[in-house]
Design a protein around this ligand. Sequence first.
Ligand SMILES: NC(=O)c1ccc[n+]([C@@H]2O[C@H](COP(=O)([O-])OP(=O)(O)OC[C@H]3O[C@@H](n4cnc5c(N)ncnc54)[C@H](O)[C@@H]3O)[C@@H](O)[C@H]2O)c1
Ligand SMILES: CCCCC[C@H](O)/C=C/C=C\C=C\C=C\[C@@H](O)[C@@H](O)CCCC(=O)O
Length: 318
Amino acid sequence: MTSVSPREHVEPPLTRCTKPRVALRLNGVWGTRLDWLHCKDRRSQSDQFRVAQYEEFSWRMSLSGKVAVVTGAVMGIGKAMTEKLLQNGAKVALLDMNKTEAESLMQTLTKQYGQERLLFLHCDVEQEEQVKAAFQKTMDTFGGIHILCNNAGILNESTWEKMISVNLVGVIRATYLVLEHMNKLKGGQGGVIVNTASLAGIGPLVSCPVYTASKHGVVGFTRAMSAASALSGYGVRVNCLCPGFVQTGLFSNIPARLGPFSHLKDGTQLLVEKFGIVNMSQVVEAFFELVTDETKDGAALLVFQQERKYMPAVSVTD
Ligand SMILES: NC(=O)c1ccc[n+]([C@@H]2O[C@H](COP(=O)([O-])OP(=O)(O)OC[C@H]3O[C@@H](n4cnc5c(N)ncnc54)[C@H](O)[C@@H]3O)[C@@H](O)[C@H]2O)c1
Ligand SMILES: CCCCC[C@H](O)/C=C/C=C\C=C\C=C\[C@@H](O)[C@@H](O)CCCC(=O)O
Protein backbone atom coordinates (compact mmCIF):
# COMPACT_ATOMS: atom_id res chain seq x y z
CA MET A 1 0.00 0.00 0.00
CA THR A 2 1.35 3.42 -0.87
CA SER A 3 2.20 5.27 2.28
CA VAL A 4 1.02 8.85 2.56
CA SER A 5 3.82 11.29 3.13
CA PRO A 6 3.15 13.76 5.93
CA ARG A 7 2.80 16.57 3.48
CA GLU A 8 0.14 14.86 1.31
CA HIS A 9 -3.35 15.49 2.58
CA VAL A 10 -5.64 12.56 1.94
CA GLU A 11 -9.21 13.47 2.70
CA PRO A 12 -11.30 10.36 3.35
CA PRO A 13 -14.73 10.28 1.75
CA LEU A 14 -17.37 11.19 4.32
CA THR A 15 -19.23 7.93 4.01
CA ARG A 16 -22.64 7.80 5.58
CA CYS A 17 -24.65 4.63 5.72
CA THR A 18 -27.53 3.10 7.59
CA LYS A 19 -25.54 0.27 9.17
CA PRO A 20 -22.40 1.69 10.74
CA ARG A 21 -19.99 -1.11 11.49
CA VAL A 22 -17.54 0.98 13.39
CA ALA A 23 -17.80 4.62 14.43
CA LEU A 24 -14.31 5.99 14.11
CA ARG A 25 -13.17 9.14 15.71
CA LEU A 26 -10.12 10.21 13.79
CA ASN A 27 -8.21 13.20 15.02
CA GLY A 28 -6.94 14.70 11.83
CA VAL A 29 -3.25 15.44 11.80
CA TRP A 30 -4.10 18.86 10.47
CA GLY A 31 -6.08 19.88 13.50
CA THR A 32 -9.54 19.02 12.20
CA ARG A 33 -11.35 16.31 14.09
CA LEU A 34 -13.25 14.00 11.76
CA ASP A 35 -16.16 11.99 13.23
CA TRP A 36 -17.46 9.81 10.50
CA LEU A 37 -19.13 6.46 10.12
CA HIS A 38 -16.96 3.80 8.66
CA CYS A 39 -18.91 1.08 6.98
CA LYS A 40 -17.29 -1.25 4.59
CA ASP A 41 -20.32 -2.52 2.76
CA ARG A 42 -21.23 0.71 0.93
CA ARG A 43 -17.86 2.06 -0.22
CA SER A 44 -16.40 1.72 -3.67
CA GLN A 45 -13.05 0.01 -4.03
CA SER A 46 -11.25 3.34 -4.58
CA ASP A 47 -12.95 4.79 -1.52
CA GLN A 48 -11.91 1.80 0.52
CA PHE A 49 -8.34 2.25 -0.59
CA ARG A 50 -8.35 5.95 0.21
CA VAL A 51 -9.95 5.45 3.60
CA ALA A 52 -7.51 2.70 4.48
CA GLN A 53 -4.68 4.96 3.37
CA TYR A 54 -6.00 7.77 5.52
CA GLU A 55 -6.57 5.43 8.46
CA GLU A 56 -3.05 4.11 8.27
CA PHE A 57 -1.64 7.60 7.98
CA SER A 58 -3.76 8.96 10.80
CA TRP A 59 -2.98 6.20 13.25
CA ARG A 60 0.68 6.24 12.27
CA MET A 61 0.86 9.97 12.87
CA SER A 62 -1.50 10.01 15.87
CA LEU A 63 -0.03 10.77 19.27
CA SER A 64 -2.68 8.74 21.05
CA GLY A 65 -1.21 7.13 24.14
CA LYS A 66 1.53 9.76 24.34
CA VAL A 67 1.87 12.21 27.24
CA ALA A 68 3.20 15.71 26.59
CA VAL A 69 4.25 18.49 28.95
CA VAL A 70 4.22 22.06 27.65
CA THR A 71 5.76 24.94 29.61
CA GLY A 72 4.34 28.40 28.95
CA ALA A 73 1.29 26.51 27.68
CA VAL A 74 -1.60 28.90 28.17
CA MET A 75 -0.81 31.66 25.69
CA GLY A 76 0.88 32.26 22.35
CA ILE A 77 3.07 29.57 20.85
CA GLY A 78 2.68 27.24 23.85
CA LYS A 79 -1.10 27.36 23.57
CA ALA A 80 -0.87 26.52 19.87
CA MET A 81 1.50 23.63 20.63
CA THR A 82 -0.94 22.34 23.26
CA GLU A 83 -3.86 22.42 20.83
CA LYS A 84 -1.86 20.62 18.14
CA LEU A 85 -0.87 17.88 20.57
CA LEU A 86 -4.47 17.45 21.73
CA GLN A 87 -5.77 17.40 18.13
CA ASN A 88 -3.45 14.46 17.48
CA GLY A 89 -4.52 12.42 20.45
CA ALA A 90 -1.91 13.21 23.12
CA LYS A 91 -2.61 13.83 26.80
CA VAL A 92 -1.19 17.21 27.78
CA ALA A 93 0.03 18.72 31.05
CA LEU A 94 -0.06 22.49 30.73
CA LEU A 95 2.51 24.25 32.93
CA ASP A 96 2.28 28.00 33.33
CA MET A 97 2.28 30.82 35.86
CA ASN A 98 -0.83 32.53 34.50
CA LYS A 99 -3.74 30.99 36.42
CA THR A 100 -6.34 33.39 35.01
CA GLU A 101 -5.60 32.57 31.40
CA ALA A 102 -5.24 28.91 32.32
CA GLU A 103 -8.72 28.77 33.83
CA SER A 104 -10.32 30.14 30.70
CA LEU A 105 -8.28 27.94 28.36
CA MET A 106 -8.92 24.79 30.38
CA GLN A 107 -12.66 25.38 30.17
CA THR A 108 -12.45 25.63 26.40
CA LEU A 109 -10.14 22.65 25.96
CA THR A 110 -12.11 20.45 28.36
CA LYS A 111 -15.28 21.00 26.32
CA GLN A 112 -13.44 20.07 23.13
CA TYR A 113 -11.21 17.19 24.28
CA GLY A 114 -12.55 16.00 27.64
CA GLN A 115 -10.92 16.46 31.01
CA GLU A 116 -9.25 13.05 31.01
CA ARG A 117 -6.57 14.24 28.59
CA LEU A 118 -5.84 17.56 30.29
CA LEU A 119 -3.97 18.71 33.38
CA PHE A 120 -3.07 22.28 34.31
CA LEU A 121 -0.29 22.78 36.83
CA HIS A 122 0.73 26.20 38.12
CA CYS A 123 4.48 26.15 37.66
CA ASP A 124 7.30 28.68 37.43
CA VAL A 125 10.16 27.18 35.42
CA GLU A 126 12.57 29.21 37.55
CA GLN A 127 11.60 27.16 40.60
CA GLU A 128 13.21 23.70 40.77
CA GLU A 129 10.74 22.29 43.29
CA GLN A 130 7.74 23.46 41.27
CA VAL A 131 9.05 21.87 38.07
CA LYS A 132 9.93 18.67 39.90
CA ALA A 133 6.46 18.51 41.47
CA ALA A 134 4.74 19.24 38.15
CA PHE A 135 6.54 16.38 36.43
CA GLN A 136 5.75 13.99 39.28
CA LYS A 137 2.07 15.00 39.21
CA THR A 138 2.07 14.39 35.45
CA MET A 139 3.57 10.93 35.97
CA ASP A 140 1.06 10.13 38.72
CA THR A 141 -1.85 11.32 36.57
CA PHE A 142 -0.96 10.00 33.11
CA GLY A 143 1.61 7.30 33.86
CA GLY A 144 4.48 8.67 31.78
CA ILE A 145 6.03 11.61 29.91
CA HIS A 146 7.00 11.13 26.25
CA ILE A 147 7.16 14.73 24.97
CA LEU A 148 8.52 17.85 26.69
CA CYS A 149 8.03 21.26 25.09
CA ASN A 150 10.35 23.77 26.79
CA ASN A 151 8.48 26.79 25.53
CA ALA A 152 8.18 29.26 28.44
CA GLY A 153 10.09 32.43 27.70
CA ILE A 154 10.13 36.18 28.25
CA LEU A 155 11.61 39.24 26.58
CA ASN A 156 12.73 42.26 28.59
CA GLU A 157 16.27 43.58 28.31
CA SER A 158 15.77 45.60 31.52
CA THR A 159 15.49 42.42 33.60
CA TRP A 160 18.19 40.49 31.79
CA GLU A 161 19.15 38.17 34.65
CA LYS A 162 15.53 37.00 34.88
CA MET A 163 15.42 36.54 31.13
CA ILE A 164 18.45 34.21 31.29
CA SER A 165 16.88 32.42 34.26
CA VAL A 166 13.60 31.75 32.44
CA ASN A 167 14.72 31.36 28.83
CA LEU A 168 17.90 29.33 29.32
CA VAL A 169 18.23 28.06 32.88
CA GLY A 170 14.54 27.07 32.86
CA VAL A 171 15.11 24.98 29.71
CA ILE A 172 18.14 23.26 31.22
CA ARG A 173 16.34 22.65 34.53
CA ALA A 174 13.25 21.12 32.92
CA THR A 175 15.36 19.00 30.60
CA TYR A 176 17.40 17.50 33.43
CA LEU A 177 14.32 16.92 35.56
CA VAL A 178 12.27 15.30 32.79
CA LEU A 179 15.15 12.93 31.99
CA GLU A 180 14.60 11.42 35.45
CA HIS A 181 11.32 10.10 34.00
CA MET A 182 12.00 9.85 30.25
CA ASN A 183 15.54 8.40 30.16
CA LYS A 184 15.50 4.71 29.21
CA LEU A 185 18.50 4.10 31.49
CA LYS A 186 16.31 5.17 34.41
CA GLY A 187 13.33 3.03 33.46
CA GLY A 188 11.74 5.61 31.19
CA GLN A 189 10.27 4.97 27.74
CA GLY A 190 12.42 7.51 25.88
CA GLY A 191 10.83 10.39 24.02
CA VAL A 192 11.47 13.79 22.51
CA ILE A 193 12.23 17.28 23.85
CA VAL A 194 11.48 20.36 21.73
CA ASN A 195 13.01 23.62 22.98
CA THR A 196 11.56 26.86 21.70
CA ALA A 197 14.53 28.99 20.70
CA SER A 198 14.16 31.70 18.00
CA LEU A 199 15.81 33.07 14.88
CA ALA A 200 17.58 35.18 17.51
CA GLY A 201 19.17 31.94 18.60
CA ILE A 202 20.87 31.73 15.21
CA GLY A 203 21.60 35.39 14.35
CA PRO A 204 21.92 38.41 16.69
CA LEU A 205 18.86 40.52 17.38
CA VAL A 206 20.83 43.73 17.88
CA SER A 207 18.33 45.49 20.17
CA CYS A 208 18.06 42.40 22.38
CA PRO A 209 21.59 41.21 23.17
CA VAL A 210 20.73 39.19 26.28
CA TYR A 211 17.60 37.68 24.71
CA THR A 212 19.88 36.73 21.81
CA ALA A 213 22.34 35.17 24.24
CA SER A 214 19.57 33.20 25.96
CA LYS A 215 18.33 31.79 22.65
CA HIS A 216 21.83 31.04 21.35
CA GLY A 217 22.27 29.16 24.62
CA VAL A 218 19.10 27.17 23.97
CA VAL A 219 20.34 26.18 20.50
CA GLY A 220 23.77 25.19 21.80
CA PHE A 221 22.30 23.27 24.73
CA THR A 222 19.90 21.48 22.39
CA ARG A 223 22.61 20.30 20.06
CA ALA A 224 24.95 19.20 22.88
CA MET A 225 22.16 17.54 24.88
CA SER A 226 21.02 15.67 21.78
CA ALA A 227 24.51 14.28 21.23
CA ALA A 228 24.95 13.44 24.91
CA SER A 229 21.61 11.62 24.95
CA ALA A 230 22.39 9.67 21.78
CA LEU A 231 25.88 8.66 22.95
CA SER A 232 24.55 7.72 26.40
CA GLY A 233 21.63 5.65 25.10
CA TYR A 234 18.91 7.71 26.81
CA GLY A 235 16.48 7.16 23.91
CA VAL A 236 15.55 10.84 24.00
CA ARG A 237 15.71 13.10 20.95
CA VAL A 238 16.33 16.83 21.53
CA ASN A 239 15.46 19.48 18.93
CA CYS A 240 14.89 23.23 18.86
CA LEU A 241 12.34 25.38 17.09
CA CYS A 242 13.55 28.75 15.78
CA PRO A 243 10.63 30.89 14.67
CA GLY A 244 10.86 34.40 13.29
CA PHE A 245 8.50 37.14 14.51
CA VAL A 246 5.16 35.71 15.70
CA GLN A 247 2.20 37.84 16.82
CA THR A 248 1.92 36.96 20.51
CA GLY A 249 1.99 38.75 23.84
CA LEU A 250 5.79 38.62 23.85
CA PHE A 251 5.83 40.45 20.55
CA SER A 252 3.72 43.35 21.83
CA ASN A 253 4.91 46.74 23.07
CA ILE A 254 8.42 46.07 21.78
CA PRO A 255 10.05 49.44 22.67
CA ALA A 256 9.21 48.88 26.35
CA ARG A 257 11.01 45.54 26.19
CA LEU A 258 14.30 46.86 24.81
CA GLY A 259 15.49 48.41 28.08
CA PRO A 260 18.81 50.24 27.53
CA PHE A 261 18.50 49.59 23.79
CA SER A 262 15.12 51.26 23.21
CA HIS A 263 16.95 53.77 20.98
CA LEU A 264 17.37 50.89 18.54
CA LYS A 265 13.62 50.32 18.18
CA ASP A 266 13.51 51.67 14.62
CA GLY A 267 16.14 49.18 13.47
CA THR A 268 14.12 46.40 15.04
CA GLN A 269 11.00 47.58 13.24
CA LEU A 270 12.92 47.47 9.95
CA LEU A 271 13.88 43.89 10.73
CA VAL A 272 10.24 43.03 11.43
CA GLU A 273 9.28 44.54 8.09
CA LYS A 274 12.08 42.62 6.39
CA PHE A 275 11.28 39.23 7.93
CA GLY A 276 7.52 39.69 8.20
CA ILE A 277 5.23 37.94 10.65
CA VAL A 278 5.17 34.15 10.76
CA ASN A 279 1.69 32.59 10.94
CA MET A 280 1.11 30.49 14.03
CA SER A 281 0.03 27.57 11.83
CA GLN A 282 3.50 27.51 10.26
CA VAL A 283 5.14 27.51 13.70
CA VAL A 284 2.93 24.64 14.83
CA GLU A 285 3.52 22.53 11.71
CA ALA A 286 7.27 22.93 12.20
CA PHE A 287 6.90 22.01 15.87
CA PHE A 288 4.85 18.92 14.98
CA GLU A 289 7.53 17.80 12.51
CA LEU A 290 10.19 17.96 15.25
CA VAL A 291 7.96 15.93 17.57
CA THR A 292 6.91 13.21 15.11
CA ASP A 293 9.83 12.82 12.69
CA GLU A 294 12.10 10.40 14.50
CA THR A 295 14.96 11.17 12.13
CA LYS A 296 15.18 14.68 13.63
CA ASP A 297 17.63 14.80 16.54
CA GLY A 298 19.85 17.76 17.43
CA ALA A 299 17.97 19.75 14.79
CA ALA A 300 17.41 23.51 14.69
CA LEU A 301 14.38 24.21 12.53
CA LEU A 302 14.12 27.82 11.32
CA VAL A 303 10.61 29.08 10.57
CA PHE A 304 10.33 32.05 8.22
CA GLN A 305 7.23 33.70 6.82
CA GLN A 306 7.40 31.73 3.54
CA GLU A 307 9.45 28.63 4.36
CA ARG A 308 11.06 26.54 7.01
CA LYS A 309 14.54 25.07 6.84
CA TYR A 310 17.00 23.18 9.01
CA MET A 311 20.13 24.99 10.17
CA PRO A 312 23.08 22.68 9.56
CA ALA A 313 25.19 22.08 12.65
CA VAL A 314 28.54 23.91 12.50
CA SER A 315 31.54 21.83 13.52
CA VAL A 316 34.65 23.55 14.84
CA THR A 317 36.67 21.30 12.57
CA ASP A 318 34.74 22.19 9.38
N1 LIG B 1 6.62 35.75 19.65
C1 LIG B 1 7.73 35.67 18.95
O1 LIG B 1 8.01 36.49 18.04
C2 LIG B 1 8.70 34.56 19.20
C3 LIG B 1 9.55 34.18 18.17
C4 LIG B 1 10.47 33.16 18.41
C5 LIG B 1 10.50 32.51 19.62
N2 LIG B 1 9.65 32.91 20.62
C6 LIG B 1 9.72 32.16 21.89
O2 LIG B 1 8.51 31.41 22.01
C7 LIG B 1 8.26 31.13 23.39
C8 LIG B 1 6.82 31.50 23.71
O3 LIG B 1 6.70 32.88 23.53
P1 LIG B 1 5.35 33.58 23.03
O4 LIG B 1 5.69 34.47 21.91
O5 LIG B 1 4.30 32.56 22.86
O6 LIG B 1 5.08 34.48 24.30
P2 LIG B 1 3.79 34.68 25.23
O7 LIG B 1 4.18 35.76 26.17
O8 LIG B 1 2.57 34.80 24.38
O9 LIG B 1 3.67 33.28 26.02
C9 LIG B 1 4.66 32.92 26.95
C10 LIG B 1 4.00 32.01 27.99
O10 LIG B 1 5.01 31.60 28.92
C11 LIG B 1 4.53 31.82 30.24
N3 LIG B 1 5.68 32.04 31.14
C12 LIG B 1 6.48 33.13 31.19
N4 LIG B 1 7.40 32.98 32.16
C13 LIG B 1 7.18 31.76 32.74
C14 LIG B 1 7.79 31.03 33.79
N5 LIG B 1 8.80 31.54 34.48
N6 LIG B 1 7.30 29.80 34.09
C15 LIG B 1 6.25 29.30 33.40
N7 LIG B 1 5.61 29.93 32.40
C16 LIG B 1 6.09 31.16 32.08
C17 LIG B 1 3.60 33.02 30.14
O11 LIG B 1 2.69 33.06 31.22
C18 LIG B 1 2.92 32.74 28.79
O12 LIG B 1 1.80 31.91 28.95
C19 LIG B 1 9.30 31.95 24.17
O13 LIG B 1 10.37 31.11 24.54
C20 LIG B 1 9.79 32.98 23.14
O14 LIG B 1 11.11 33.42 23.41
C21 LIG B 1 8.73 33.89 20.44
C1 LIG C 1 11.83 42.75 19.36
C2 LIG C 1 11.00 41.52 19.08
C3 LIG C 1 11.71 40.29 19.53
C4 LIG C 1 11.00 39.02 19.13
C5 LIG C 1 11.84 37.87 19.62
C6 LIG C 1 11.50 36.61 18.88
O1 LIG C 1 12.28 35.55 19.34
C7 LIG C 1 11.62 36.77 17.40
C8 LIG C 1 12.77 36.89 16.78
C9 LIG C 1 12.68 37.00 15.32
C10 LIG C 1 13.63 37.27 14.48
C11 LIG C 1 15.00 37.50 14.82
C12 LIG C 1 15.82 37.76 13.78
C13 LIG C 1 17.25 37.94 13.98
C14 LIG C 1 17.94 38.30 12.90
C15 LIG C 1 19.40 38.50 13.02
O2 LIG C 1 20.11 37.37 12.58
C16 LIG C 1 19.83 39.67 12.14
O3 LIG C 1 21.14 39.99 12.53
C17 LIG C 1 19.75 39.27 10.70
C18 LIG C 1 19.96 40.48 9.83
C19 LIG C 1 19.37 40.11 8.49
C20 LIG C 1 19.45 41.25 7.55
O4 LIG C 1 19.34 42.40 8.03
O5 LIG C 1 19.62 40.96 6.39
